[in-house]
Write a protein that binds this ligand. Sequence first.
Ligand SMILES: *[C@@H]1O[C@H](CO)[C@@H](O)[C@H](O)[C@H]1NC(C)=O
Ligand SMILES: *[C@@H]1O[C@H](CO)[C@@H](O)[C@H](O)[C@H]1NC(C)=O
Ligand SMILES: *[C@@H]1O[C@H](CO)[C@@H](O)[C@H](O)[C@H]1NC(C)=O
Ligand SMILES: *[C@@H]1O[C@H](CO)[C@@H](O)[C@H](O)[C@H]1NC(C)=O
Length: 360
Amino acid sequence: MVFIFLQKMELIPTSFLLWPFVLFVIRTSAQENVCARPELTANIEMDGLQRYFNPGAELWLSCKRGYTSVLGPRKIVCGDSGQWTKTKLMCIPKRCPPPDPLSNGELYYEDVVFQSTINYTCNEGYILTGNSMAVCLADGTWSTRVPKCKPLTCGLAPIPQFGMIIYDKRIRGNTTVYSLGGTYRCLPPYVLFGNVRAECTINGNWTETPECRVVTCPPPGNIDNGYMSGDVKKDYDFKETVKYGCNGDYVLDGSLEIVCQGNGNWSEKPSCKGPCHVGIQRARILYRGRKVWIKDLRPNKLLHKEIVSVYCKDKARNCGYAVQTQCFDGELQIPECFEQPSRADYDHHLSSLPSEITQC
Ligand SMILES: *[C@@H]1O[C@H](CO)[C@@H](O)[C@H](O)[C@H]1NC(C)=O
Ligand SMILES: *[C@@H]1O[C@H](CO)[C@@H](O)[C@H](O)[C@H]1NC(C)=O
Ligand SMILES: *[C@@H]1O[C@H](CO)[C@@H](O)[C@H](O)[C@H]1NC(C)=O
Ligand SMILES: *[C@@H]1O[C@H](CO)[C@@H](O)[C@H](O)[C@H]1NC(C)=O
């Protein structure tokens, strides 16, 4: 091989650039027993950049930073045959001590060797002070100490003017712990506007403070056909009540009493509903469980919601039957089946009226 190569070289003797290459080839090929720079396995290193070593040359292997050597030997020697002596040297990453636990928190790590990381987090309601991450350093120590998880606190809850707070639990001093709750109250006659419930939040402050405001309602005014009881005042306090009544034959519909509400409005007022006139001239009716001739109904007046029955006739079966109707605020509908008898029938044939014949 070498000879062939040299012969080829003679063909282009002026090529200076190739000379070092040729020398190199001669050296490696002619002295086949030199050792090439050893191929090092992971994390093992050696000094210098030398590429070829003569037999007898010694090399010291070492571990990269952060790694420790196991087995050996660390020294290899170039043998006469151009082979390095064998070594079982391995470099394994340094180990950091197992991390201390974090009270009120969690730590996450996969390993505790060089370059491993530990992540620290605190449980809800705790805040981390210190570093949230540690790295295992080349010297086998953690980069930072274990952080601390301190409970989150708020100060005392702000209290609205004319108000107070009742904490869910007894508190000590003037700090409160995260998630503690409380209920706001306003001193009467003040009314609470905003959130009734309060809580020490994760931000270390309390939820929004409500306001205690005075609420008044204007005079509610009278109702038609009725009256308001009590003194008329310029304004009324929250929860103050006013009663109503109706005049004469009017009947109260709705609640007797209204109340001044937190929004400054009154609850719904009642109304007075009027009586009804039974618009029939000739007939007998059923009223309050008794049969009454209409002329005997004195006064001819039903109160709101009162019920009266008129008589109708089933002509096919020749029998009579009562049909109910109800007075509603001055209106009384006479059932359609009702037929007013003629004056002659009414005067002379009373016994033929639907109210007098056999009932169906
Ligand atoms: C620690 O947190 C970092 C950044 O959030 C993340 O990349 C890494 O995977 C975490 N390590 C572990 C062991 O949870
Ligand atoms: C807590 O209360 C004490 C005494 O009552 C007071 O000296 C201190 O300033 C208060 N601290 C806070 C943060 O309000
Ligand atoms: C509480 O603190 C957070 C963060 O500082 C802020 O965004 C929030 O508005 C505060 N809440 C109240 C009720 O002051
Ligand atoms: C009070 O009543 C008035 C009239 O009915 C109504 O327009 C208004 O919205 C009410 N106010 C509140 C706070 O509900």
